[in-house]
Ligand binder design. Sequence first.
Ligand SMILES: [Zn+2]
Length: 297
Amino acid sequence: MMHPLLELVRERTVLLDGAMGTELMTRGLGPGVPPELWNAERPDAVREVHAAYFEAGSDVVSTNSFGGTSIKLAAHRLEGRAFELNLAAARLAREAAPAGRYVAGSMGPAGRFLQPQGPATVAELVAAYAEQAQALADGGVDVFLIETQYDLREALAAVRGARSVSPLPAFVTMTFASFPRGYFTLMGDSAARSAAELEQAGVVAVGANCTLTSEQMVGCVRTLRAASVLPVIAQANVGQPVPRTDGAFSYSETAEDFVRFVPELIAAGAGFVGGCCGTNPAFIRAMAQTICRKEQQ
Ligand SMILES: [Zn+2]
């Protein structure tokens, strides 16, 4: 039987959510505090952000667990709480989800380079992602969203980790930069090769997030679409980050700039669309209206 989210994306464009960390900052999350800690300490704030995205029209929200592998949490000496914080992340999103909407378990990079560039081994990454996936599954997520991956080897390790503990489907988004020769991750993986290898590994949807603007994302979606039969996910950034005097960032595009390319993203083959850095519920609401207009045509 096909997963309901995969059935849905065959019928229409599925709307994901936007950024989480910056939304928590507007609710008082301080610099240097890992957002995952708020799953335990400020569950009301996390639930509120999810509710705001659902209210704006998201079909799917991602859990507040992007930095939730034990390896990443070790930077804050929270590695012993990885399971607890991921379990709470999944439960909070589930509690906020209205009937018929979905929760994706966010799994971001572990933040430690694989050998030979860094100290991490594939086995360590598989184990850390397995622990995270188990907690997210126990907390009730519908799918895993392995996201912002810059090394195809790590993305594949995350998929292996997830599959070792749960039958839930895995979505993967890699983060590509745009070059004259095409779209590549930091580690030099091309978009086409990434899509093909992830499909081979049993992933059910592939895509790109972060780094690229919605305008740049159009070509990347086209490349992914051509390289794989899987549904394509696109979650672009809002232009380029501009440093502010207070140390935070603002972004160079407005919601109107951002959504202007959404119809092109869909035409290029994106089935799942949402936002990454710089987006908030207002952007998702604008996307929902654009998608709705497009589908009425
Ligand atoms: Zn981003």
